[in-house]
Design a protein around this ligand. Structure first.
Ligand code: NAD
Length: 485
């Protein structure tokens, strides 16, 4: 048993409703100060086999409960998350370094909502549409599919996991979760609650471990019916290859290099506020609009306003209420970010502010909020996802150029537009290649809305009915008017 931030958490796997250990372990560090939080069980093919077998055994019973029966248990899980919200918030902050105040007020309430929303959606909103064809009646249903494998990253570990666990379990699938090795602990605490809520053993399982070991074994497992992977493009390619032999259906939520476009008629105060928000979670947000594209006529004033906003950002210990910006997840990731900035500088780009490590807390992994200008078109810093507090700024002279620059990327996760004219905003938004477009706002999310990426930002959409379309087997049953006794 580990004790982290005053929370007792078991670092072993959760398989078939029991704790299971492995011979090996991996170390878990806190990004806040580099403290060693403990050793976590390091699963591989054997543990994945056991978890998939447990999930398969539990599947018929869970599927047979129906949306209502499953919904009652899932509702209790959501209640328990809410009751223990402070523990989840403290544990996650210590483990992944995101702000405690965000965990308390936004992220952990959303964890409970992820479970409750999809449980209720399955009961109230999947209405089994019917339509007539030459006197025949077609009835659409969403049937449980089997075992869903869920592989998640570290930037919002439990929120991103439950955003998939919710609809998978509500669909009647059973689940094997492989949490991220850089922030594995809240998944383990969550597993405990599923048992407390009365979820039958094997319905929800957790295999801890390294991506290329436990993750790879899960992605290639023939007993898995769905794979939902959230993470980077290179890993997605490995997951796709592993899944190919079994033709396992995939949902991919990947990275981004999203634009934040500031038009010449934009409210520049709003634009600067939105731009500064792109540093949230120390820039470790898939949706972050890290490419600032600004009309040349307002670029100077916008940059000045942004600099002013950034000066107000307090970087430090994410457990302090006053802190706005915490650490990066891991020394390896910090080095990666630093490498991107150094190479941009070497290639002639200008570092307007930031661009270096800072140490507001001794031993922690912090990088200053950074703005880069004058980068060469097509250069690494303008095309690759840094996943840190690093924004670039480019200018454009007209609408056409803004759209061309915005779409000049392999990604297509999100786009943010700051614009003073509604018809113009609609015209531009319609031409942006992105799964989500925000106009004069950022990060407004609704679980009923489709979420996902175009191009290399992902495959498929989640949220509302789109989640059920993925986790369930969608079936059409056609009844003839003839042949009835
Ligand atoms: P990553 O790809 O390194 O790892 C993600 C998960 O995959 C981890 O659990 C890891 O252990 C596992 N993994 C690693 N190798 C594997 C393999 N060969 N087979 C199976 N699993 C394997 O990503 P990361 O660094 O943890 O996360 C950052 C990335 O995630 C960024 O690109 C970010 O944009 C993306 N992300 C996307 C979304 C979204 O919804 N689109 C949300 C959050 C993060």
């Amino acid at each position: 048993m580990l004790e982290v931030a005053g929370v007792r958490v078991d670092p072993r796997h959760w398989i078939g409703g029991e704790r299971v250990d492995s011979a090996g372990a991996f170390t878990d560090l806190s990004p806040i100060d580099g403290a060693l939080l403990g050793e976590v069980a390091r699963g591989g093919a054997a543990e994945v086999d056991a978890a998939v077998a447990a999930a398969r055994d539990a599947f018929p019973g869970w599927a047979a409960l129906g949306p209502q029966g499953r919904g009652e248990i899932l509702g209790r899980v959501a209640d328990l998350v809410e009751q223990r919200l402070e523990e989840f918030a403290q544990l996650e902050t210590r483990d992944n370094g995101s702000l405690l105040r965000s965990h308390r007020r936004g992220v952990m309430p959303r964890v409970a909502m992820n479970i409750r929303f999809f449980a209720e959606y399955a009961v109230n909103d999947l209405k089994h549409p019917e339509f007539e064809t030459r006197g025949h009646t077609n009835v659409v249903s969403w049937d449980p599919a089997g075992v869903a494998a869920i592989i998640t990253p570290w930037n919002a570990p439990l929120m991103l996991a439950t955003w998939r666990i919710g609809p998978a379990l509500a669909s009647g699938d059973t689940v094997v979760l492989k949490p991220p090795e850089w922030a594995p602990l809240t998944a383990s605490l969550f597993a405990e609650l599923t048992a407390e809520a009365g979820m039958p053993p094997g319905v929800f399982n957790v295999v801890q471990g390294i991506g290329t070991e436990a993750g790879a074994a899960l992605a290639g497992h023939p007993g898995v019916s769905r794979i939902c992977f959230t993470g980077s493009v290179p890993t997605a390619k490995a997951v796709a290859r592993a899944a190919a032999d079994n033709l396992t259906p995939l949902s991919f939520e990947l990275g981004g290099k999203s634009p934040t476009i500031v038009m010449d008629d934009a409210d520049l105060g709003l634009a600067a506020t939105i731009a500064a928000e792109q540093y949230d979670n120390a820039g470790q947000v898939c949706l972050a609009g890290t490419r600032l594209l600004v009309h040349e006529s307002v670029a100077q004033e916008f940059a000045a306003r942004l600099s002013e906003k950034v000066r107000e950002i307090q970087q430090g210990d994410p457990r302090d209420e006053a802190t706005d910006l915490g650490p990066q997840i891991h020394p390896v990731h910090l080095e990666r970010i630093e490498g991107y900035v150094e190479r941009a500088r070497t290639e002639g780009a200008t570092v307007v502010f930031g661009g270096e490590r800072v140490e507001p807390v001794a031993g922690g992994f912090y990088f200053a909020p950074t703005l880069i200008t004058d980068a060469t078109l097509g250069s690494e810093i303008l095309t690759q996802e840094v996943f840190g507090p690093v924004l670039t700024m480019q200018t454009f002279s007209d609408e056409e150029e803004a759209i061309a620059l915005a779409n000049n990327t392999d990604y297509g996760l999100a786009a943010t537009l700051v614009c003073g004219d509604r018809p113009r905003a609609e015209r531009i938004a319609a031409r942006l290649v992105a799964g989500t477009v925000w106009v004069n706002c950022f990060f407004v999310r609704d679980l009923r809305a489709p979420f996902g990426g175009s191009r290399k930002s992902g495959i498929g959409r989640e949220g509302g009915v789109w989640s059920f379309d993925f986790y369930a087997d969608v079936k059409n049953t056609c009844f003839s008017p003839n042949g009835w006794r």
